[in-house]
Design a protein around this ligand. Structure first.
Ligand SMILES: Cc1cc2nc3c(=O)[nH]c(=O)nc-3n(C[C@H](O)[C@H](O)[C@H](O)COP(=O)(O)OP(=O)(O)OC[C@H]3O[C@@H](n4cnc5c(N)ncnc54)[C@H](O)[C@@H]3O)c2cc1C
Length: 480
């Protein structure tokens, strides 16, 4: 089978099949739902009616922080989503009220972005409930897609020759016909194999792997037992970090994150010791204040991976890719859901304006999708390349930008909430990275350099009523 990227007209994508019913697939389905269209979300797992971790989403038991941009974008796709998530138990968190220990010190407590903190299964459950209410959307659960085949368009139909009608093969079930296939099957997507079988040239794969591992435990502890809204100990090139976030049901998720041979351990005592030996014992203090539940859950598939499907010659019409299957990020920066939502918005616009069943329309969407993830990609890979566990060098422009953002971060650790907010706007994908060069910020840096930075932000009290430093800070046991 060959696909010739012609310029003729395709078809109205009446039958859409989305491969993968996780966040990217569900948000894509929301974007594509519309009159005269049937959107079938095919999911390998049998998905429970209540929020629960599932095997197809192995990262589901790790903390998932939602950038403010992700909430704004999902709200645009599913109006009222924030209210639904809050009603389901998500904890409102102001990102400026997180106790954040960066490379240079603690950030000041300030007002920033109102986000919601919830477990990954709850976020998906609320999205799924809303998406399945949309007209024309249905799911086929417990069904694994095993491949794609295509028939060239009927020569007499006037349709683009690069615009096939797809047949989506399912394990042990009848294949599904589709005018448009959306691959949202995550990091483990088999699309490269399926494309190879179709004779489509392989896409270049860009990768930066800092070999980061997560180890997380759930803790029963009232939200207000901790002073700050949550705690982040940023990972540094030579030191591990971690995060503690409140979630629904009076629980906290506490994760350690480290790279290479300093990845956090699975064994409970070693995990607790690892937290105690971080640059600051805040996470260990939280753990000691609560009641631990379940086991330590480890996850190590965290590489930044981007498939350049947008550059593949002879790309077929009626096939697009979203979410981690297109571009997966080191999760430490919390960007995956935001990018999936931005891609879904791009898909909604593309299906209104363009003809995705043609090769040209599909390629144009893929280019937009890659652009939607370009800033997060630059942030995540730029930071990860600083880690000795990554191969490759930080690009010169990124390194220079890092010097400037380091200046602003320094102001933040001395209480400058304006500089801190400017960085947060970019981090939450709410402003252009160029916004950090505005003259008023330059003036603030120069003033501090001439007149001094003032006192550093003090360490916040972590557990209410606890004495600072009460946690055991003994060195960790041997790490795996
Ligand atoms: C440790 C960790 C922590 C993270 N933390 C954050 C965070 O704080 N903030 C954030 O925004 N993002 C975070 N992410 C990223 C986030 O999980 C993903 O970006 C997001 O879930 C979107 O993923 P997805 O839907 O593309 O893929 P996945 O969530 O991986 O889902 C893929 C789906 O496809 C299904 N599937 C796969 N193959 C087939 C097939 N052949 N047939 C049918 N179904 C199939 C799977 O069962 C699964 O349901 C984190 C990721 C990891 C690994």
């Amino acid at each position: 089978m060959t696909f010739r990227g012609g310029t003729g007209s395709g078809r109205t994508p009446g039958d859409v099949v989305v491969v993968g019913g996780s966040l990217a697939g569900l948000l894509a389905a929301a974007a594509l739902a519309g009159p005269g269209r049937t959107v079938t979300v095919v999911e390998r797992d049998v998905v429970a009616d209540a929020p629960a971790p599932r095997p197809g989403v192995p990262q589901g038991r790790q903390p998932h922080a939602l950038l403010y941009r992700s909430l704004v974008a999902v709200e645009e796709l599913l109006p009222g989503f924030g209210d639904d998530l809050r009603a389901a138990g998500a904890v409102p968190v102001d990102t400026g009220a997180l106790a954040w220990l960066g490379e240079l010190g603690w950030s000041p407590d300030s007002e920033q972005f109102p986000v919601l903190s919830a477990s990954r299964p709850l976020i998906e459950h609320v999205v799924r409930t809303r998406v399945l209410e949309l007209p024309g959307v249905r799911t086929v659960d417990g069904a694994r897609v095993t491949g794609l085949s295509a028939a060239d368009a009927d020569p007499g139909s006037g349709a683009d020759p690069g615009s096939p009608r797809w047949s989506v093969a399912l394990e042990g079930r009848e294949a599904l016909p589709a005018d448009l296939v959306v691959d949202a099957s995550g990091r483990a997507s088999r699309l490269p194999v399926w494309l190879d079988a179709l004779g489509v040239p392989p896409a270049a794969v860009e990768q930066v792997d800092a070999r980061i591992g997560y180890a997380t435990r759930t803790l029963r502890l009232p939200v207000d037992a901790v002073g700050p809204a949550g705690v982040v100990i940023a990972q540094l090139p030579d030191q591990p970090g971690g995060i503690a976030l409140p979630v629904e049901g009076g629980r906290w998720l506490v994760a350690a994150a480290g790279a290479g041979d300093r990845r956090p351990p699975r064994e409970p005592d070693a995990w607790r010791a690892y937290l105690g030996a971080l640059r600051d014992p805040a996470l260990a203090e939280i753990v000691d204040a609560g009641e631990l539940e379940g086991e330590v859950v480890v996850h190590r598939q965290t590489a930044n991976v981007r498939h350049r499907y947008d550059r593949v010659p002879g790309w077929p019409g009626g096939l697009v890719v979203v979410g981690d299957a297109l571009c997966a990020f080191d999760p430490v920066y919390g960007q995956g859901v935001a990018v999936a939502a931005l891609e879904a918005l791009a898909l909604r616009d593309a299906v209104r304006r363009d003809d995705l069943t043609t090769a040209r329309g599909a390629r144009r969407f893929l280019r937009r999708a890659v652009r939607a993830g370009a800033l997060p990609w630059a942030i995540a890979t730029g930071e990860d390349l600083r880690l000795p566990t990554s191969e490759g060098r930080v690009p010169r422009a990124t390194a220079l930008a890092g010097v400037w953002t380091g200046e602003l971060a320094r102001l933040g650790t001395h209480g400058d909430t304006v500089a801190q907010a400017a960085l947060a706007r970019v981090y939450h994908l709410m402003a252009s990275p160029l916004s950090v060069y505005r003259p008023s910020l330059v003036a603030r840096v120069l003033r501090a350099r001439l007149r001094g930075y003032g006192p550093p932000v003090p360490r916040p009290q972590i557990v209410r009523g606890a004495v600072r430093g009460a946690a055991d800070v003994s060195p960790p046991a041997a790490r795996p």
